[in-house]
Design a protein around this ligand. Sequence first.
Ligand code: GLY
Ligand code: MN
Ligand code: MN
Length: 435
Amino acid sequence: MPRPQLAEFMRRMEPGSVAIIPAAREVTRSHDTEYRFRQDSDFYYLTGFREPDAVAVVAPSREKPFTLFVRPRDREKEIWNGRRAGVEGARERYGADEAFPVEEFDAKLTELLDGAGSLYYRLGGGHAELDQTLIRQLSRMRMMGRRGVRAPQTIIDPGALIHEMRLVKSDEEVALMQRSADIAAEGHREAMVSARPGMREYEIDALVEYVFRRAGAAAPAYNSIVGSGANATILHYVDNDAELKDGDLLLIDAGAEYEGFASDITRTFPVNGRFTEAQRDIYQLVLDCQEECVRAVKPGVTLEGMHERSVEILTEGMVRLGLLKGETARLIEEGQYKKFYMHRLGHYLGMDVHDAGAYHVGGRPRPVEPGMVMTVEPGVYVAEDAEDIPDKYRGIGVRIEDDVLVTADGYRVLTDKAPKRVEEIEALMAGGRKK
Ligand code: GLY
Ligand code: MN
Ligand code: MN
């Protein structure tokens, strides 16, 4: 039996069509070593199969609808590089109706595609070799028309179906995302009780990753950002090598990948455990904005609308603090707030940290629905060399990010185990600090 996700995908495919969904390939890191393997999200979603160099062929109208091409068992290779499911495992453990060694994929293509009206395949989806193979195959099949071979007439991006399915999470998926969020929150708490002046950002980075891995997460869901002082104003700072200074803030944007699902949390806290007045001014503004935007989440609202609200709140605050001067409406119209708030409020979250799914439908911002998960992550970043602003705010960067599930009547914050109120953070850091 294929997994329910694949069964649903087959129900949504056009009658008489065939889909080709490739697994991820191993990627060289240097010379003869590879990056840690990470399965393609769409492939994993449909098949649950974790190995590289596989291809799923799905043909719902056929007698044997689900074929997996996989690396065959190989005693020598398995001694060196690890176990393989092989063709037997593909059938027995992953519900394939048929399975073949992946080397036979090209030779079987004509038979697999013959008579299919439409082919679901993501051209330009990062599988350049397979793109070429399929293009060659289609033109060969068109030449064979007199022999009765019929090439597919239409090529459809399967993302349109799979990504819509991935966007709305099942109860089981929400449970995995909750676990991923709990693990990430634990990592952030560990960072708060461990940070102190004199440590390096990479020590905190390593501690957070240790907590993730200890809890069974495969890895961070993306490269963790651990930025102290003015490094917090660099949005995708990943050097993580500076010394933590007394009196500085530390911004950590780190999430775990657990059973294929990402979490994505940002917390910003003082290295010495107490916010200065200037840090608190900016922090409280971002927190008020973040909490108001989280509270707004319910079916029917749009990420676009929420982003616009975050711009209003932050721009008003920037005027209050003296970061901007003038009338709020005009500052928004002219985009002046982008000097200090240059990204969007949030994004979908799921198997990918910036998850699949359309943000606009019919040219309009899409209303959210129960089962969708998104981040809410406003920030204010004041560059060290910002001009015409109070001195005390230079070099302060604050972002606060939670993962929020849309429920039937509102929302649930998956990441609420990571403290974010000023008093909560200061209390945790005062009470729980490690020696
Ligand atoms: N960590 C990536 C993001 O917050 O979107
Ligand atoms: Mn995010
Ligand atoms: Mn993030």
